[in-house]
Design a binder for this molecule. Sequence first.
Ligand SMILES: [Zn+2]
Ligand SMILES: [Zn+2]
Length: 334
Amino acid sequence: MKTAQVENDKIVVKEVEDIKLDGRKGAIVRVLGCGLCGSDIVKFREKIVHNGAVLGHEIVAVIDEIDSDTGFKKGDKIVTSHHIPCGECDYCRHGNVSMCEHFKSTNIRPGGFSEKVYVSEEHLKNVAYNIPEDMTEEEISFYEPLGCCVRAIKRCNLIEGDKVLVIGLGSIGLLMGEGIKAMGYKVYGCDLIEDRIALGNKLGIEAYNSLNLDEFDRIIQEKSGGIDAVFMTSGADKALDVALKVVKKGGKILVFSSTPRNTGYPNNEIYYKELTVLGSYSPSPKDLRDSFDLLVSHRVNVKGLTTVYPLERVQQAFEDTVANKILKAYIKIS
Ligand SMILES: [Zn+2]
Ligand SMILES: [Zn+2]
């Protein structure tokens, strides 16, 4: 089978030995395609992963071989996520499921950018779903990324009537904005790229250019009457200035992206304005269930957000994503 492996500064497609179930519970799936996640790019660029690693976790697949106590069977077209919390450790008990050791140790193997993947019984039981007929594989591939957004939105504990700003309208920002709207809150967005602002508006996110910060702040205050929560999906250091400028006293800043300079929010602003700054990383099985429901009910519309690349061009997909040439890459594998 073919897999795309990290090799120094490149991602190369290699022929490796087919994986088999070999007496394990779970399933071997044939990967139809796999979304390219921002976290894959960070892992690759920052060299967090070793040579030989296979990235990708947003898979859509067909079950090829199965030994399972679940209802799944050979030939089922499924979507799955990659991590599962234990539900019992200190982190899990505090709701920080993505910090759980078990969560971090579970994965689909060898990784999503591969013709075949082993999906464990635990995955099938907790985070895998059959795909409805009317969903395209590209649409359902947003299952895990939207799950991350659902978790972030829940962590903000918004109340009825809250106004939210999403900074950064890349694929995750758009998805976040749509999720916020679908969950019942008024959502604004900002970016520096006009095409993305236009697309945000098309998807129901009232979006503006934030290049002139004072002007943007004036508009957003006038329109919203005060921003209760700011979602940081942009990886730019400058986004912090935007957040601090627009967030209202007592408001929340949800950190959803790493930034190059790794700087923080000033202590005194947090103190005097009674701000809440909180992070959100990766979803629980319940967040994923909610994400699945939002997608299959078409309350979150992801049509047209993806650009398709064959596995052989996965390196190009990484480069085009980094260069902001595309919103979201979907690697078509079989
Ligand atoms: Zn992802
Ligand atoms: Zn745990």
